[in-house]
Design a protein around this ligand. Structure first.
Ligand SMILES: [Zn+2]
Length: 276
């Protein structure tokens, strides 16, 4: 039977947040390397991921078509399906479709509304759901169940590492030593210095450092759940852990990702291994 595939995207997790976090469970798989996402925000980046592309290494003096060809060839070892090639992905250019035609059960669980089941992202998944909570990797892990008869593909998009970097049951990021409140859960990343309705200000350097720390803490939380997930995975499971894009915490006067041209928004962690 081909290998099971577990593909985890820690949304918005920039490389150094992963590198700073204590991740003993991910480390059991592999030490993640710094790579580059194909896009600066969730939708185009996931489109690329769903094509079967993984975060790239930005190699020089080589044709892009050669890089893609080599990249697709890696699915042979990941899945242990010897006759896979780029043509296995044609014409749909879909990882889920290719896996379905190889007999996989395909399951997607996503946290970002932009990936909801009414969008084309859900195509070729037998079971695809937008999680009711923004950050509920624990519930995603709970549902995981492998079969001895049929290979499985689990795709997980995690909200824990996305702004506002909350863990479950937290209503706002912890702000220690900073007066005021962080306003706006998505989009309006402005801070009111005294919450009295005065002119909002952009995050201070102190806020940015706190938010960055919060993302590191969320990676550590995710790592704890990775232990539970790995305990459920049979030996013939290939695991990929990465991010769809990074984040700016004040670099270049940017916060967040999306309409941002900065290398911190493209630098992502990437690790993959067969389950140890
Ligand atoms: Zn994203």
């Amino acid at each position: 039977m081909p290998n099971n595939l577990v593909y985890i995207v820690m949304d918005s997790c920039r490389y150094d947040s992963y590198a700073r976090a204590k991740t003993p469970n991910m480390d059991r798989l592999a030490i993640g390397e710094s790579r580059w996402s194909y896009a600066s925000w969730t939708a185009p980046s996931h489109h690329s991921i769903f094509l079967g592309q993984v975060a790239h290494k930005a190699p020089t003096k080589v044709l892009a078509s050669e890089v893609y060809k080599q990249e697709y060839a890696l699915w042979v070892d990941r899945l242990d399906i010897p006759d896979l090639s780029f043509t296995s992905f044609v014409p749909e250019l879909s990882l889920a479709k290719m896996l379905q035609s190889q007999g996989y059960r395909t399951v997607g669980r996503v946290s970002m509304p932009v990936l909801n089941p009414f969008t084309p992202f859900s195509r070729f998944f037998d079971d695809y759901q937008l999680m009711p909570d923004h950050n509920d990797f624990a519930a995603m892990v709970d549902l995981v169940e492998f079969s001895a008869e049929q290979p499985s593909y689990y795709f997980f998009n995690l909200g824990e590492t996305h702004y506002p970097y909350m863990l479950k049951d937290e209503s706002l990021p912890r702000i220690s030593g900073v007066h005021g409140v962080v306003k706006g859960m998505d989009g309006a990343v402005l801070r009111s210095s005294d919450d009295s309705g005065g002119e909002p200000e952009f995050f201070s350097a102190e806020d940015m450092a706190m938010l960055h720390e919060q993302q590191v803490r969320c990676v550590e939380h995710v790592d704890g759940l990775i232990a539970e997930l790995l305990a459920k995975c049979p030996r013939n499971t290939h695991v990929i852990i990465t991010s769809d894009h990074g984040e700016c915490f004040g670099e270049g006067d940017f916060f967040g990702h999306g309409p941002v041209m900065h290398e911190k928004v493209f630098e992502v962690p990437f690790l993959e291994a067969h389950r140890p």
